[in-house]
Design a protein around this ligand. Structure first.
Ligand SMILES: O=C(O)CCC(=O)C(=O)O
Ligand SMILES: [Fe+2]
Length: 268
Protein backbone atom coordinates (compact mmCIF):
# COMPACT_ATOMS: atom_id res chain seq x y z
CA UNK A 1 0.00 0.00 0.00
CA UNK A 2 1.26 3.55 -0.63
CA UNK A 3 2.66 4.93 2.62
CA UNK A 4 2.35 8.50 3.97
CA UNK A 5 5.84 9.13 2.55
CA UNK A 6 4.42 8.81 -0.98
CA UNK A 7 1.36 10.89 -0.15
CA UNK A 8 3.68 13.68 1.06
CA UNK A 9 5.06 13.92 -2.49
CA UNK A 10 1.70 15.03 -4.00
CA UNK A 11 -0.56 18.00 -3.15
CA UNK A 12 -3.24 16.97 -0.68
CA UNK A 13 -6.58 15.77 -2.11
CA UNK A 14 -8.86 18.88 -1.79
CA UNK A 15 -10.96 18.66 1.34
CA UNK A 16 -13.96 20.36 -0.34
CA UNK A 17 -14.22 17.89 -3.27
CA UNK A 18 -17.31 15.67 -2.87
CA UNK A 19 -16.23 12.04 -2.67
CA UNK A 20 -17.81 8.58 -2.84
CA UNK A 21 -18.22 6.89 0.53
CA UNK A 22 -16.34 3.60 0.44
CA UNK A 23 -15.80 1.23 3.35
CA UNK A 24 -12.27 0.37 4.44
CA UNK A 25 -11.82 -3.32 5.19
CA UNK A 26 -8.79 -4.73 6.94
CA UNK A 27 -6.91 -7.39 4.96
CA UNK A 28 -5.31 -8.53 8.21
CA UNK A 29 -8.74 -8.83 9.74
CA UNK A 30 -9.89 -11.02 6.84
CA UNK A 31 -6.73 -13.14 7.14
CA UNK A 32 -7.34 -13.72 10.82
CA UNK A 33 -10.95 -14.70 10.07
CA UNK A 34 -12.64 -11.66 11.68
CA UNK A 35 -16.37 -12.01 11.14
CA UNK A 36 -16.83 -8.21 11.46
CA UNK A 37 -14.46 -7.57 8.57
CA UNK A 38 -15.98 -10.48 6.63
CA UNK A 39 -19.45 -9.02 7.09
CA UNK A 40 -18.24 -5.55 6.02
CA UNK A 41 -16.73 -7.12 2.90
CA UNK A 42 -19.95 -8.94 2.01
CA UNK A 43 -22.02 -5.77 2.55
CA UNK A 44 -19.66 -3.85 0.25
CA UNK A 45 -19.87 -6.45 -2.52
CA UNK A 46 -23.54 -7.32 -2.19
CA UNK A 47 -25.78 -5.74 -4.83
CA UNK A 48 -28.72 -3.78 -3.42
CA UNK A 49 -32.06 -4.94 -4.81
CA UNK A 50 -32.71 -3.45 -8.26
CA UNK A 51 -35.38 -0.82 -8.51
CA UNK A 52 -36.62 1.21 -11.42
CA UNK A 53 -36.09 4.97 -11.49
CA UNK A 54 -38.79 6.97 -9.69
CA UNK A 55 -40.56 8.24 -12.84
CA UNK A 56 -40.87 4.64 -14.09
CA UNK A 57 -42.19 3.25 -10.80
CA UNK A 58 -44.75 6.06 -10.50
CA UNK A 59 -46.05 5.30 -14.01
CA UNK A 60 -45.99 1.52 -13.63
CA UNK A 61 -49.68 1.07 -14.50
CA UNK A 62 -49.50 3.24 -17.64
CA UNK A 63 -46.31 1.48 -18.72
CA UNK A 64 -47.91 -1.93 -18.33
CA UNK A 65 -50.84 -0.70 -20.41
CA UNK A 66 -48.41 0.66 -23.02
CA UNK A 67 -46.56 -2.67 -23.17
CA UNK A 68 -49.84 -4.58 -23.61
CA UNK A 69 -50.92 -2.25 -26.45
CA UNK A 70 -47.56 -2.53 -28.21
CA UNK A 71 -47.56 -6.28 -27.79
CA UNK A 72 -51.04 -6.55 -29.30
CA UNK A 73 -50.00 -4.37 -32.26
CA UNK A 74 -46.91 -6.49 -32.80
CA UNK A 75 -48.97 -9.67 -32.75
CA UNK A 76 -50.99 -8.21 -35.66
CA UNK A 77 -47.84 -7.28 -37.58
CA UNK A 78 -46.15 -10.64 -36.92
CA UNK A 79 -49.40 -12.42 -37.86
CA UNK A 80 -49.47 -10.57 -41.19
CA UNK A 81 -45.86 -11.64 -41.76
CA UNK A 82 -46.78 -15.25 -40.90
CA UNK A 83 -49.38 -15.03 -43.68
CA UNK A 84 -46.99 -13.51 -46.21
CA UNK A 85 -44.23 -16.01 -45.44
CA UNK A 86 -46.63 -18.95 -45.49
CA UNK A 87 -46.29 -19.93 -41.84
CA UNK A 88 -49.09 -21.08 -39.60
CA UNK A 89 -50.85 -18.12 -37.93
CA UNK A 90 -49.19 -17.21 -34.64
CA UNK A 91 -45.83 -18.85 -35.40
CA UNK A 92 -43.72 -15.70 -35.11
CA UNK A 93 -45.60 -14.14 -32.16
CA UNK A 94 -45.36 -17.42 -30.23
CA UNK A 95 -41.56 -17.09 -30.16
CA UNK A 96 -41.72 -13.82 -28.17
CA UNK A 97 -44.69 -14.20 -25.81
CA UNK A 98 -45.28 -11.36 -23.39
CA UNK A 99 -45.63 -13.62 -20.36
CA UNK A 100 -42.40 -15.58 -20.72
CA UNK A 101 -39.12 -14.36 -19.26
CA UNK A 102 -37.21 -12.30 -21.81
CA UNK A 103 -35.03 -9.23 -22.27
CA UNK A 104 -37.96 -7.27 -23.75
CA UNK A 105 -37.67 -3.65 -22.68
CA UNK A 106 -39.00 -0.14 -23.04
CA UNK A 107 -36.25 2.38 -23.76
CA UNK A 108 -36.80 6.09 -23.19
CA UNK A 109 -34.24 8.31 -24.86
CA UNK A 110 -33.92 12.02 -24.28
CA UNK A 111 -31.52 14.34 -26.11
CA UNK A 112 -31.23 17.85 -24.68
CA UNK A 113 -31.83 20.88 -26.93
CA UNK A 114 -28.73 22.40 -28.53
CA UNK A 115 -28.51 26.20 -28.70
CA UNK A 116 -25.70 26.02 -31.28
CA UNK A 117 -26.53 22.74 -33.01
CA UNK A 118 -23.78 20.38 -34.07
CA UNK A 119 -25.61 18.59 -36.86
CA UNK A 120 -22.99 15.86 -37.19
CA UNK A 121 -23.23 14.80 -33.53
CA UNK A 122 -24.23 11.14 -33.10
CA UNK A 123 -26.25 10.54 -29.94
CA UNK A 124 -26.85 6.81 -30.50
CA UNK A 125 -24.38 4.98 -32.73
CA UNK A 126 -25.27 2.84 -35.76
CA UNK A 127 -26.79 -0.50 -34.78
CA UNK A 128 -29.44 -3.02 -35.67
CA UNK A 129 -31.91 -4.02 -32.97
CA UNK A 130 -30.97 -7.47 -31.76
CA UNK A 131 -34.41 -8.73 -30.78
CA UNK A 132 -37.54 -9.73 -32.65
CA UNK A 133 -39.05 -6.35 -33.51
CA UNK A 134 -39.09 -2.77 -32.25
CA UNK A 135 -41.88 -0.21 -32.23
CA UNK A 136 -40.52 3.31 -32.01
CA UNK A 137 -42.49 6.44 -31.15
CA UNK A 138 -40.89 9.78 -31.98
CA UNK A 139 -42.00 13.31 -32.80
CA UNK A 140 -38.74 15.17 -33.31
CA UNK A 141 -36.44 13.85 -36.06
CA UNK A 142 -32.89 12.63 -35.63
CA UNK A 143 -33.31 8.96 -36.51
CA UNK A 144 -31.35 7.98 -39.59
CA UNK A 145 -31.08 4.74 -41.54
CA UNK A 146 -28.37 3.48 -43.85
CA UNK A 147 -30.06 2.14 -46.99
CA UNK A 148 -29.21 -1.45 -47.82
CA UNK A 149 -25.97 -1.93 -49.71
CA UNK A 150 -24.78 1.65 -49.13
CA UNK A 151 -21.33 2.30 -47.72
CA UNK A 152 -21.27 3.57 -44.14
CA UNK A 153 -20.22 7.16 -44.85
CA UNK A 154 -21.91 10.32 -43.59
CA UNK A 155 -23.63 11.32 -46.86
CA UNK A 156 -25.31 7.94 -47.34
CA UNK A 157 -27.37 8.08 -44.14
CA UNK A 158 -30.99 9.22 -44.57
CA UNK A 159 -33.19 10.94 -42.00
CA UNK A 160 -36.52 9.37 -41.17
CA UNK A 161 -39.33 11.92 -40.99
CA UNK A 162 -41.59 11.25 -37.97
CA UNK A 163 -45.25 11.26 -39.09
CA UNK A 164 -48.28 12.04 -36.93
CA UNK A 165 -50.31 8.88 -36.27
CA UNK A 166 -47.41 6.61 -37.21
CA UNK A 167 -44.98 4.50 -35.23
CA UNK A 168 -41.84 3.14 -36.79
CA UNK A 169 -41.35 -0.63 -36.88
CA UNK A 170 -37.90 -2.18 -37.03
CA UNK A 171 -37.19 -5.81 -37.80
CA UNK A 172 -34.65 -7.20 -35.31
CA UNK A 173 -31.72 -9.53 -35.94
CA UNK A 174 -33.39 -12.50 -34.30
CA UNK A 175 -36.17 -12.38 -36.87
CA UNK A 176 -33.51 -12.23 -39.58
CA UNK A 177 -31.91 -15.42 -38.21
CA UNK A 178 -35.19 -17.27 -37.72
CA UNK A 179 -36.22 -16.56 -41.31
CA UNK A 180 -32.86 -17.38 -42.89
CA UNK A 181 -32.41 -13.69 -43.84
CA UNK A 182 -35.71 -13.58 -45.69
CA UNK A 183 -36.54 -10.55 -43.53
CA UNK A 184 -34.21 -7.60 -43.17
CA UNK A 185 -33.05 -5.61 -40.14
CA UNK A 186 -31.85 -2.12 -40.90
CA UNK A 187 -28.86 -0.23 -39.58
CA UNK A 188 -30.01 2.92 -37.81
CA UNK A 189 -28.66 5.63 -35.51
CA UNK A 190 -29.70 8.87 -33.85
CA UNK A 191 -28.16 12.21 -34.85
CA UNK A 192 -28.86 15.78 -33.89
CA UNK A 193 -32.31 16.57 -35.27
CA UNK A 194 -32.31 18.53 -38.54
CA UNK A 195 -32.99 22.28 -38.76
CA UNK A 196 -34.78 24.05 -35.94
CA UNK A 197 -35.76 20.70 -34.41
CA UNK A 198 -32.25 20.62 -32.93
CA UNK A 199 -33.27 23.55 -30.70
CA UNK A 200 -35.82 21.50 -28.80
CA UNK A 201 -35.52 18.46 -26.56
CA UNK A 202 -35.90 15.15 -28.41
CA UNK A 203 -37.62 12.24 -26.73
CA UNK A 204 -38.27 8.80 -28.08
CA UNK A 205 -39.94 5.70 -26.68
CA UNK A 206 -38.93 2.33 -28.06
CA UNK A 207 -40.62 -0.98 -27.27
CA UNK A 208 -37.91 -3.51 -27.98
CA UNK A 209 -39.25 -7.05 -28.15
CA UNK A 210 -36.82 -9.85 -27.45
CA UNK A 211 -37.62 -13.55 -27.80
CA UNK A 212 -38.41 -15.78 -24.84
CA UNK A 213 -35.13 -16.65 -23.13
CA UNK A 214 -35.74 -20.33 -23.66
CA UNK A 215 -36.42 -19.93 -27.40
CA UNK A 216 -33.92 -21.33 -29.87
CA UNK A 217 -32.18 -19.44 -32.66
CA UNK A 218 -32.85 -22.41 -34.98
CA UNK A 219 -34.19 -21.36 -38.36
CA UNK A 220 -37.94 -21.74 -38.75
CA UNK A 221 -38.98 -24.40 -41.27
CA UNK A 222 -41.69 -23.74 -43.81
CA UNK A 223 -43.23 -21.29 -46.23
CA UNK A 224 -40.83 -19.03 -48.10
CA UNK A 225 -38.04 -19.43 -45.56
CA UNK A 226 -35.00 -20.71 -47.42
CA UNK A 227 -33.82 -24.12 -46.22
CA UNK A 228 -30.22 -24.46 -45.06
CA UNK A 229 -27.95 -24.70 -48.04
CA UNK A 230 -25.60 -27.63 -48.55
CA UNK A 231 -22.91 -27.54 -45.83
CA UNK A 232 -24.47 -24.55 -44.05
CA UNK A 233 -24.27 -24.97 -40.29
CA UNK A 234 -27.52 -24.74 -38.37
CA UNK A 235 -27.63 -22.07 -35.62
CA UNK A 236 -28.79 -24.03 -32.60
CA UNK A 237 -27.80 -21.80 -29.68
CA UNK A 238 -30.47 -20.62 -27.28
CA UNK A 239 -31.44 -16.97 -27.77
CA UNK A 240 -29.53 -15.70 -24.71
CA UNK A 241 -26.29 -17.36 -25.63
CA UNK A 242 -26.53 -16.15 -29.24
CA UNK A 243 -27.40 -12.56 -28.25
CA UNK A 244 -24.52 -12.40 -25.77
CA UNK A 245 -22.14 -13.79 -28.39
CA UNK A 246 -23.34 -11.35 -31.04
CA UNK A 247 -23.03 -8.31 -28.77
CA UNK A 248 -19.50 -9.37 -27.77
CA UNK A 249 -18.50 -9.92 -31.41
CA UNK A 250 -19.73 -6.42 -32.31
CA UNK A 251 -17.95 -4.88 -29.30
CA UNK A 252 -14.69 -6.62 -30.25
CA UNK A 253 -15.08 -5.47 -33.86
CA UNK A 254 -15.23 -9.07 -35.20
CA UNK A 255 -18.75 -8.46 -36.49
CA UNK A 256 -19.77 -5.16 -38.03
CA UNK A 257 -23.29 -3.90 -37.38
CA UNK A 258 -24.90 -3.69 -40.80
CA UNK A 259 -28.29 -3.91 -42.50
CA UNK A 260 -28.91 -7.65 -42.81
CA UNK A 261 -31.07 -10.01 -44.74
CA UNK A 262 -33.68 -9.54 -47.42
CA UNK A 263 -32.57 -12.54 -49.46
CA UNK A 264 -34.54 -13.45 -52.54
CA UNK A 265 -37.00 -16.06 -51.37
CA UNK A 266 -36.57 -19.65 -52.42
CA UNK A 267 -39.98 -21.01 -53.36
CA UNK A 268 -41.12 -24.43 -52.18
O1 LIG B 1 -34.49 7.21 -30.54
C1 LIG B 1 -34.59 6.69 -31.65
O2 LIG B 1 -35.09 7.25 -32.62
C2 LIG B 1 -34.03 5.31 -31.90
C3 LIG B 1 -33.75 4.51 -30.68
C4 LIG B 1 -33.16 3.19 -31.02
O3 LIG B 1 -32.70 2.93 -32.09
C5 LIG B 1 -33.14 2.15 -29.98
O4 LIG B 1 -33.57 2.41 -28.84
O5 LIG B 1 -32.70 1.02 -30.30
FE1 LIG C 1 -32.42 0.78 -32.32
Amino acid sequence: MPTPRYFAQAPAFPAETPVARLPTISLQGLQSGSSTEGHKLFEACNRPPRTNAGPIESKRTQLQEFIRHCSAALAVILGALDGQIGLEQGTLAALSPLDDESETSVRLLCSPPQSAPEYDRISLGGHTDIGTMTILFHVVGGLQILPDGKENVMENWEYVRPEPGCALVNVGDTLVEWTGELLRSSLHRVMTAPGDQALVQRQSVAYLVRPAQKASMRRIRGGKIPPLSEGEEEEIRPVNEWAGWRSRQIMLGHLKPQSRGGNVAVSE
